[in-house]
Every structure is written in C-alpha cells, then in structure tokens.
Design a binder for this molecule. Structure first.
Ligand code: ADP
Ligand code: ZN
Ligand code: ZN
Length: 811
C-alpha cells in the first residue's frame, strides 16, 4: 500500500511513500507520519490518501513511523486545504503550514526545547523518554540530530511526540523566533488550613506580626471575591511587602505556585452573568436573522457602531450551544481577542476558548484536541481558528467582516479568511453571520442582490445618538498648529476636565515620516528599499517601515553637504509629544507598532485605558478596530488627508470605513460623543459622507465607480508581483510574461508597471493585475493560463530566478 502525504513545505505537489506491512492495519488518513525527504531531511507529514497502486515511475521510500493513534483532523479539513491551494494558487503544504499549530509540525529543522513550566513528575516516562527529558532539562534545547545520537537510533519522532504530549518539550520551528513561556505566580492557602476549624484556630491564635495577619486577611478576601489570587495583584492591592508574603509562605500558611500565564483558564463557572435583555430592535434583528438563516445560510448583520451587534452574536451562539453544537467567532486581529474574550466569558464561562497563531503552543494543541472531541463549544479567534478540527461546527460569526486583516498577505496561502469561511461553511452545512457597521462593498453588494440575507440595526442601544462630526479645515490654520488645531485642543481639554477620555487617530507611526534637506531637497532613503526613512525621536533613529532597517540620524546632507534638515509631516510620536507639551498633567499613551509589540502589551494598554488610568490614547489603526470603551467622548482624526490620498481602487472604501469606525469609538455608552476631523479637502465626497454617517450614500457612490471601471464586485482581481535584484530582469520577465498571455486576457491587464514603492529588501518589483470576468469558468481558465506561463518562466534560462508572487482577490 502507498500513501500520498502532505509535507508542510511549498512543494509543487504531494509525494508518495510506501506503507510498510507492519503499519498497514494502523495507518489512517489524517494521521501524521514521519518521512524522509531527500537524503536526510525528516518531516512529520499528514496522510491524505491511501491506495494500492505503486507509482509507475519511481520507488517510494517507506514511511518511518506513525505519530498519532488517531487522525488529528477530519476529512473535511483536508478537503478545505485542497480547495484553498487550488483557489489561492499555492500548495497544500503551504496551507498545512498555516493550518496546524507548530507542535504538530516537527521536522529536521525543529529545535526541541525544555518546558520549564511543565508539571510532569517523570513517573510516566519510559526509558527513552526519560533520557531525553533529562538531557533537555540540562541543555534546555536539543536538535533532532542530538536526540538521534542520544538514543542511538534514527527514528525518534514518536518519542519526541510523546514528550510534547506530556508537556515536557516544546517545538520551536526555527531558531529565530525564540519562544518564551510567560509565568505568573498564584497564591494559594496551604491545604492544612483548608478546613474552617483549622483556619479559625490559626486566626484566633495569631499573636505577633500584625502586618502578616493583615495580608492573610486580604488574601482570604481576594480568594473569596475573585477565586484566584495573583501574587502581583495581591501585593499591589493590599500594599503588603514581599517580605511579609515570604514570611507567610515560610510559616506554611500560604503557597506560591507558578503557572503559565496563558493557561487555558479552567474556568469552572459556566458563565455567571445573565444574558442582557435584548432591546426591541435587537430582538427583531435576532429573529430576522434566525428566520432568514433557515433558507439563506449566509447573513449580513449591518448595524451602526454601538448598536449591539455583539449582543446579537451572543444570542445566536447561545442558541447553537443549547443544541450542543459548536460555534466559531472570528475577529480580524489577534489584538482584539483579549477584550472580546472578557466580554464573552461573562456569558459562556469555560466552554469558550481563544485560539490564534501567537497563542501559547502547548495550549493550541490542547484546544485543537478539545475542539476535535467537541469538549470546547465556542472558539474565539483570528483567521487561523478556521482550521481547527471542529466536530460539529454549525455557526461561524465573522465580526468586522470589512476588515482588511482577514486577508493573509505574507506568506502563502494568501487567503481571505471571510471568504474561505463562507466556502467552508457551505461544505459542512454551517451558517455564517458576517457583521459590520461599514460592510465591505462586495458583501453589501451580495446582500443587496439577495445572495446573502440582510438585517439592519439603525439605532444605538439605549437610543444613544451617533457622535456629531465636526470638520476642521487645516488650510485655514496657521501652519505651526496644524498637528493639533486650537479648536481640537480646546475640546480635548474640556473633555478631560469632565473626566472623560479621548482617542486620537493618526495613520503614521514615528515622529516625522521623512526629513528633507532645506538647501537642496535631498531626502534620506533606505539603502535596501525605495522608501523614505521615518524619524523616530525617542529612539533617535531613522527607520525603514518596509524592511525594518534602522539608521543613525543623518546630520549632513549626502547631496550638498549642508547640515539643515526639516521634518516633514508627522506621526503618532509627535502627536504624543505635542499633547504632553500642551496639556501638562494629562496622561497620554501611545498605541502603535513601535510601542506595542506583543499581544500582552496591547492588552495591558487597553485594560489601563478601560480602567481610566489613561486620559488620551493616541494610535494608528490599532485604535480604530472594534474596541468598546464606555468613557470615550471625543475622537480626533488628526490627518484625514493621509487616508484619502493613495492610489488604490479601494481608497474610498478604506477611508470611509476607517473614519466611520474610529468615530464609532466615541460616546458608546451614555453621552453623545464628538468627533473632530482635521482635513484640508473639506469637500471630498467621502469626508462629506462620513460627516453624515451615511453608509448608504457611500455605497451608492462607490458602487457606481466600481461598475464604471469594472472593479470588484463586478470582476475578480488577480495580482502578480515579479521580484528580482536586477531591475531590468524583473522588467523583462514581466513583459515577456505579459506578451505570452492571450489577447483576450491582455486586454484586461492593468500594467505591467512599477509600484510606487518599487524596491524592497534589495529586490525590484514589477506588478500587473488582471481583471477577470465573473462568468462561471473565467477564473478557472485564466488561472490555468497564468500557471502555464509561470511554469514556462520558471524554467526560462534568463528569468527562472525571478520570484513571482500570485495574489487572488488582493486587498
Ligand atoms: P457593536 O458591536 O454593534 O458596536 P456592542 O455590542 O459593542 O455594539 O454594544 C455597544 C454597547 O452597548 C456595549 O457596551 C454593550 O454592552 C451595550 N449593549 C448593547 N446591547 C445591550 C443590551 N441589550 N443590554 C445591555 N447593554 C447592551
Ligand atoms: Zn542638501
Ligand atoms: Zn528598507
């Protein structure tokens, strides 16, 4: 017997291995196996097919070992991978890379790391496992080769696999991204005092050390009110010292226990909060959705910001889990999951899990398995959560469906998770509800043409009004105040004096997007990219936002030798500085990629803002997205022009969505919010539409443009990038490719051309985009042709080193 096996690599096809007789009865489709590829590379691949015929043209190598006792996924998942590879023109191996948590992907390149936080006492280990766990404890990390030497055998994956399952070992896919487990210390009462009587005696007989007694009482209080007591929090809240705590631990009264921070909070409560009573409009929406879903499995919930879409999702999910089925709640960004999980846990307690690519790898495997058995009912996650092996998925919620982050850019698969979810739901007979205050043009188009069901929520919960929008004409300002106009500053002051909070949005990070020589106009550029360097004041560097390179500040002009530079335009860092100068005593925080690296930092900042420790939050796109803050009464869009001036067919859509979404953060709970938009193009149609919160006007305006120029949803786009370190080779290759396409396709091509940023990381870029008609077979036929000519190019003596990136339905 033979097996077709998917290896997590970008290989042109899947290959075949031989199934040794001893494995034949055990091996099943969907199990992982250890195989050799080439002379000495080992991989854990997944069995896709089993068949009896030996391939005609070669002798397959044998499978080395089986890693699983049962399949790790269901056949529908593999069918999804196959569809994605075909639709997005990538390989199943690339989809597998994206779909499977790193712990299920082991290969010769993996490094195996000791899990410092494991709780295994070593009793359930066999000899080989014990040897490796000892070695890991001493050396902290081992390569595959080292493990093979230690055990003096070649096939060691089954042993590594067991150590991973037992929590002793962690897989690191490559040496670069070091994985570190965050730990947190929890304080528990020593079991000796678990009985009331023992505790009473302890407290009654307490004689000395009153501070320690105080701390103990505080501990008992927190344990009672919060269930779990974190050391850090307890010390902060009670004002006690480390020494006092240590004394109590030394006395054997309390215990300190280290736990991993991301530990699936084993929340015994099954959700303690009553469901909100839905408002009349929400109730009507809820039943409208349920009714329409009966006949039309995809539904658009369009509701203005703050209308309570989340409440409706909660109600829909609740209906699903009552039938003992599973629901998936997708969000566009990992960063948003933290606030949402706090909201959802109130209702669903421990039956909900969070899942995304930055999540602790051990727990990802744990969730993977519990989703597969059906123990976890609700998954909240970013796009990779779509790949979990659901046992009985019956509802997918896609929140903020318009958000461009649903599209994976780099690396392949360059998939649109919303579209993929809709395809997948159709395969498994699940329902989909996509929701937004500013639906994407294509989704609204689908609703309008009745392809999707549609429900509209026109009012905010509690009938709160949408914020009023004031335009500030920056052309009329003296130039030194345009960053923060006096009008905006005065309003911010007033809001803060009333103990309310402010969000300021600026889509550029750094201090100044570029420097320019005052004498000759020379502008410092990145050495590796065709990009101006952004000035970062706090770090005192110039930085390239495309490749990440940083440079010391340039004092002397490389063109004319003069030493005077002017800063042009401004980013979040400068706004923060201006606020600090103009409003002493006000707490300003900044949320952008420079300041917020991990998801923990992001979440901390959000929590601080929620708890009103911060008055003004300044940030990039990060602050725009669906966050729910009840105390924000003012939102400022500092430079709206920067949203309106770029060359892309979606520029209007993105600008409208961004401005409307960021406005939606104001006045969500009680008072009516205010939004200030600083802009020079006061009469721009999008600015005018945002001012009226007029989504329908926006859609009518935009759909005309799309139709006129045959852009999506009236066509499909496929974009191709050609990259090479020599500009003329990239250029020739793309022209050669273009010339070989059929005249019919050539007519629909935009380009070939150089993009505005035409060199990144030392590679020159040329691009073309093809508008493909929506006729049923048009896409298939076009892809076939593209693939054919790409293959020819890949063997062309002059062009084979050109890197070609295909993107279907690009953002
Ligand atoms: P959206 O997702 O449409 O922007 P949310 O669901 O976040 O709106 O709701 C906005 C705010 O109003 C939230 O703070 C939410 O808790 C509150 N809210 C919405 N509906 C209800 C309801 N039926 N009962 C109580 N509070 C509600
Ligand atoms: Zn100069
Ligand atoms: Zn660069």
């Amino acid at each position: 017997m033979y097996a077709e096996i998917i290896i997590p690599l970008a290989l042109p096809k899947n290959y075949t291995w031989m199934i040794p007789d001893t494995m034949q009865s055990e091996l099943m489709i969907g199990m992982r196996v250890e195989v050799m590829l080439g002379a000495n590379k080992r991989y854990a691949g997944i069995v896709k097919k089993i068949f009896p015929e030996k391939p005609a043209d070669f002798n397959p190598k044998p499978i080395l070992s089986i890693l699983d006792d049962e399949p790790i996924l269901y056949p529908v998942q593999m069918a999804l991978w196959e569809w994605m590879a075909q639709y997005y023109m990538c390989t199943e191996g690339e989809v597998m890379q994206a779909a499977i948590p790193s712990h299920l992907k082991i290969s010769s390149e993996s490094v195996f790391i000791f899990n410092e936080a494991h709780t295994n006492d070593g009793k359930n280990l066999n000899d080989s496992e014990y040897i490796i766990s000892e070695a890991l404890e001493i050396k902290k990390a081992l390569s595959l080769l080292e493990i093979q030497k230690l055990l003096d055998k070649k096939s060691v994956y089954p042993i590594i696999n067991k150590l991973i399952q037992k929590g002793i070992c962690i897989v690191q896919e490559n040496m670069k991204d070091k994985y570190k487990i965050k730990e947190e210390t929890f304080i528990l009462l020593h079991p000796n005092y678990k009985s009331e009587a023992a505790l009473e005696t302890l407290l009654n007989d307490w004689t000395r050390a009153p501070k320690q007694l105080e701390l103990l009482l505080a501990f008992l209080h927190y344990e009672k009110t919060e269930g779990e007591v974190r050391q850090k929090e307890m010390l902060e809240k009670s004002g006690a010292s480390n020494a006092q705590l240590k004394a109590l631990i030394d006395k054997g009264v309390l215990i300190a226990e280290k736990r991993k921070k991301d530990r699936l909070q084993n929340d015994p409560s099954s959700g303690n909060q009553d469901f909100h009573q839905l408002s009349e409009q929400q109730k009507a929406a809820f039943s409208s959705i349920q009714n329409q879903l009966e006949t039309n499995p995809v539904h658009l919930l369009h509701g203005i910001t703050g209308s309570g879409k989340t409440q409706i999702y909660v109600a829909l999910i609740n209906a699903v889990i009552k039938q003992n089925k599973q629901a998936l709640y997708l969000l566009p960004e990992i960063a948003l999951t933290a606030q949402m999980i706090r909201r959802l846990k109130q209702y669903f307690g421990g039956s909900i899990a969070i899942y995304h690519s930055k999540f602790n790898p051990n727990e990802r495997v744990e969730i993977w398995n519990k989703v597969k058995t059906g123990e976890i009912k609700i998954v909240l996650g970013a796009r990779s959560a779509l790949f979990l092996p659901y046992k009985d998925l019956s509802l997918i919620i896609i929140d903020e469906e318009h958000d461009p982050s649903y599209k994976q850019q780099e690396p392949a698969p360059r998939y649109q998770a919303r579209d993929t979810a809709i395809y997948y739901a159709n395969q498994i007979n699940a329902k989909v509800v996509v929701g937004s205050a500013t639906p994407s043009v294509e989704t609204y188009f689908n609703a309008e043409s009745k392809k999707y069901g549609y429900t509209y929520l026109s009012e905010r919960f509690n009938k709160g009004a949408l914020p009023t929008i004031h335009l500030i004409d920056t052309k009329k300002q003296p130039s030194n105040t345009t960053i923060l106009t006096p009008e905006l500053l005065a309003s911010i002051k007033k809001i803060i004096d009333n103990n309310k909070q402010v969000i300021l949005f600026q889509n550029r990070r750094g201090y100044a997007p570029y420097l320019i020589c005052e004498t000759c106009g020379w502008i410092p550029h990145c050495e590796h990219c065709d990009v101006t360097l952004t000035y970062h004041k706090a770090k005192n560097i110039l930085s390239c936002h495309y490749c990440g390179a940083s440079y010391p500040i340039i004092a002397v002009c490389k063109a004319c030798g003069k030493q005077h530079f002017k800063q042009k335009s401004f980013g979040t860092e400068q706004i923060e500085e201006k606020l600090n100068q103009s409003l002493p005593g006000v707490v300003v925080a900044r949320m952008d990629l420079d300041n917020v690296k991990g998801k923990n930092e992001h979440d901390q900042l959000i929590q601080q803002f929620e708890q009103k420790q911060i008055d003004i939050l300044v940030g990039t796109q990060m602050v725009v997205k669906g966050l729910d803050f009840e105390n924000v009464d003012l939102v400022g869009i500092v430079d709206a022009d920067s949203l309106l001036n770029f060359n892309h067919y979606r520029v209007n859509e993105r600008a409208f969505q961004m401005m409307e979404q960021v406005s939606g953060r104001a006045g969500r709970k009680n008072d009516q919010g205010k939004v200030y938009i600083q802009v020079s193009q006061m009469q721009h149609p999008i600015v005018q539409l945002v001012q009226k919160h007029d989504y329908f006007g926006f859609y009518a305006f935009e759909i005309q443009n799309r139709k006129h120029f045959a852009y999506p949803p009236f066509s499909r786009l496929v974009s191709l990038l050609f990259k090479h370190k020599e500009n003329n080779i990239a250029e020739e290759a793309i022209n050669h490719f273009f010339q070989s396409l059929s005249p019919a396709i050539q007519k629909t091509v935009l380009g070939p051309a150089q993009p505005i940023v035409n060199r990144v990381r030392n590679k020159y870029i040329w691009e073309l985009a093809i508008k493909i008609s929506k006729q049923p077979d048009a896409l298939q036929m076009a892809k076939k042709q593209l693939l054919h000519y790409i293959r020819l190019l890949q063997v062309h003596p002059r062009y084979k080193s050109v890197q070609i990136v295909i993107d279907i339905d690009p953002n």
